[in-house]
Design a protein around this ligand. Structure first.
Ligand code: ADP
Ligand code: MG
Length: 717
């Protein structure tokens, strides 16, 4: 970009305006140019004053014949500016209110007697006369001469941009500053990120033209092509980024994992304590076919909570081991990694063997997290380095911890939201192969998100839930109803007395200034609750050491401590079949998909589960609506769609403030599927033809900026 775009605003719009714009974090010319109007207002058809009717939105042109500024009679704290407009025959009064006289001075100055203005607002009747309060207006007489009527008629059709104002900066002040800056910007000042041939093909304006159309559209809708252009630009940058990562991966073939008879896979399926469902079998089949190829598989295993994804993933890992390769299972937290370790060991039974014992009769399953003892870590790393086929279970951090799996055939990633394309390439370290990837998720990912965040993912769906035969019923408990809340804790005691286990989930760990309940405060409160007397309990949260966490989980699972007060560390994957009840405190502090994940922890055995969600959200509020949706269905797919409606775009991809390339401004992941598709095709074309983008420097730079940025947000928890 040229220097112009980076220049401080002060130099162009003056000290005063620059100072005001700084309140909106607009510091440079570029900041201002990319600060887009939220919407536009267009003056309606012009109406002669005699034909203005009460109740209608109308626009008229008049000359100011009188102005009065005075204190309101009825409310002494209110000041009133009355401006009388005339069309030569009739008059109409426009009124402006403010809490101080000074706040009206601007209007009074602009609407001095003799001024012609185009006025627009809702017509009211007051004491028998028509008037208009706080109208929008444009002064006409300071424009170059000519016929004012004609000019007004033309002006009435020109959209007025309405900027996200706030911080005491009026939208028209922003507009004025933008116009000043726009008038001196040239093509040479702003890097053109979208290649010309693409713009021509798709009918998109260049960047400067697009900025003009966005800030100063000449007619309603003229901004549309410009917005489309910027949406496409964003999509293109992202898709080029993905296409590059894919191309990079494709240069390194995947190990071909061919099924082998009489290996651990066969023994595993034979020895399972249950029969695989049809849906699981078909998922395993699809995955096997994808692994039996040198094209790196990129699969999404999507199945609701309790649908039995773990065993499907294990089957795939067993195939990998049978073919002589290593497998890794990555979880977002240590608790989950440990849970997976337990589940896999249990599913494998006698097939789980220590590393270095040879893989003919079994699979070595090893846990590798931040708290794995040094000696064990060394042993596992040695086995991995010796190219032993084994399964390593760890947290996502495994990748950055310098763990090298030189024979990695398959990486399974649990709960994808924290995982992106770059990580596959990171997993490749120490080998020329790209591993196959299988991402497990309980939350359906809309196709546009799958394309945006992951490039291409082939989805494999598990549709039945063998583990939640019994089902879960959910009830909302208004937290201000003391008797209901008391009843909730009694219910917990009864549940435990009849052999169940109860999770109590809170939004935070420690007491804080916020209103949200904490594990520490609640554990103390429950201590004093006579209904719960004599019931062993444990607490669980992310700040406990992993030994403490394991111990707490083990005591809860065995029933020694049937009450567990926890944060959302138990959110995903925790599997205690006897857990039948969950009490979610301050349920309104959780998102819909999080609530669904939490609830999936109960009703996993034969007994039906009960989920009680305590909330302060008043009926009719949006939080309450979310909770009602939660209580009304256990269908993860329906909830995910509901969630997508309720969430802002930014939350899906993560948000970033730094630089326009990274924040999604124009692109709507939800609505712009077509643009995303176009961008994806274009990106593929570009990368195939010019892998280094040597002929498209501005685009290459935008992708690099994004890369640096994305790395942080895709990896962040
Ligand atoms: P999720 O898809 O939520 O990860 P899991 O893989 O943890 O579900 O499976 C939930 C429970 O269901 C586990 O205890 C698992 O052993 C059990 N399970 C999986 N498949 C079957 C099946 N076909 N029949 C019976 N139980 C199963
Ligand atoms: Mg799971």
């Amino acid at each position: 970009m040229s220097a112009f775009v980076g220049e401080p605003l002060e130099r162009h719009v003056g000290k005063r305006a620059a100072h005001q714009l700084a309140k909106l974090s607009l510091e440079t010319v570029g900041d201002l140019l990319f600060y887009f109007p939220r919407r536009y207002e267009t003056f309606a058809e012009l109406t002669p004053l005699t034909r203005l009717f009460e109740g209608e939105e109308a626009s008229f042109v008049g000359r100011v014949v009188d102005t009065r500024r005075a204190q309101s009679h009825s409310n002494r704290r209110l000041w009133l500016l009355t401006v009388v407009f005339s069309d030569g025959n009739d008059t109409i009064e426009a009124t402006f209110f403010a809490r101080s006289s000074g706040m009206l001075a601007g209007h009074e100055r602009r609407l001095a007697i003799g001024t012609h203005a185009l006025v627009s607002g809702k017509i009211q009747r007051y004491r028998g006369r028509i008037q208009v309060s706080h109208p929008a207006y444009q002064v006409l007489s300071d424009r170059a001469g000519g016929d004012e009527e004609e000019e007004a008629a033309k002006l009435a059709k020109v959209p007025t941009p309405i900027y996200p104002a706030g911080a005491g900066v009026a939208t028209w002040k922003i507009e004025a500053a933008v116009r000043t800056v726009l008038s001196s910007v040239t093509e040479a000042d702003i890097a053109e990120v979208v290649p010309e041939y693409l713009r021509r093909r798709l009918g998109l304006p260049g960047v400067v033209e697009a900025l003009r159309r966005i800030h100063t559209p000449e007619e309603p809708g003229a901004d549309r092509s410009a917005r489309r252009r910027f949406a496409f630009e964003e999509a293109l940058i992202y898709q080029v980024f993905l296409a590059r990562a894919r191309a990079d991966a494709a240069r390194h073939p995947a190990p071909k994992v061919a099924p082998r008879r009489g290996g651990v896979y066969d023994a595993l399926i034979e020895g399972l304590p249950f029969q695989l469902t049809g849906s699981q079998l078909s998922a395993i089949g699809t995955i096997e076919r994808a692994l039996n190829s040198t094209t790196p598989a990129n699969l999404l295993l999507q199945g609701d909570v309790g649908s039995g994804k773990t065993v499907v993933a294990l089957a795939a890992m067993a195939r990998s081991v049978d073919a002589g390769f290593q497998a890794a299972l990555l979880a977002p937290t240590e608790v989950l990694a440990f849970q997976h370790y337990r589940s896999l060991s249990r599913l494998l039974g006698p097939l789980a063997i220590p590393a270095l014992a040879g893989h003919e009769k079994g699979i070595a399953v090893e846990l590798l997290t931040g708290s794995t003892p040094k000696a064990q870590r060394k042993r596992v790393l040695a086995a991995a380095a010796a190219q032993m086929p084994l399964i390593v279970i760890g947290t996502h951090a495994l990748i950055s911890d310098g763990v090298v799996l030189p024979k990695l055939g398959l990486a399974v990633v649990d709960e994808q939201h924290r995982f992106g394309v770059n990580q596959r390439n990171a997993l490749r370290q120490g080998s020329d192969h790209s591993p196959h990837m299988l991402v497990m998720t309980a939350t359906p990912i809309p196709r546009t998100v799958a394309m945006t965040v992951f490039g291409d993912l082939d989805t494999v769906i598990l549709d039945r839930a063998p583990a939640q035969r019994a089902g879960v019923e959910t009830f909302l408990v208004p937290a201000d109803r003391e008797s209901w809340v008391a009843r909730t804790w009694k219910r917990a005691a009864e549940e435990i007395a009849s052999g169940g286990r109860v999770y109590v989930v809170c939004p935070r760990i420690e007491r804080g200034d916020g209103a949200a309940a904490s594990v520490e405060a609640l554990a103390e409160e429950l201590e004093a609750n006579p209904d719960l007397a004599g019931i062993e309990r444990r607490i669980m949260h992310g700040r406990l050491s992993s030994e403490e966490k394991d111990a707490a989980m083990a005591d809860f699972a065995s029933g020694r401590a049937p009450l567990l007060v926890a944060t959302t560390v138990i959110e995903v994957g925790v599997d205690v079949a006897e857990a039948t009840m969950m009490i979610i405190v301050d349920a309104d502090s959780f998102g819909l998909s999080q609530l669904h994940q939490l609830r999936g922890r109960i009703g996993r055995g034969d007994r039906p589960g009960v989920c009680l969600a305590l909330t302060h959200a008043p009926p009719g509020s949006s939080s309450r609506a979310r909770l009602e949706a939660f209580a009304s269905t256990t269908d993860g797919f329906i909830l995910a769609q509901e969630d997508l409606q309720l969430r802002r775009e930014g939350d899906i991809l993560g948000e970033s403030q730094s630089g326009r390339a990274s924040g999604l401004r124009m692109l709507s992941i939800r609505n712009d599927a077509e643009i995303i598709e176009q961008a994806r095709a274009a990106a593929h074309e570009l990368i195939t033809e010019d892998p280094d983008l040597s002929r498209y420097r501005p685009l290459a730079e935008a992708v690099e900026a994004l890369d640096a940025d994305k790395r942080t947000y895709l990896e962040r928890g």
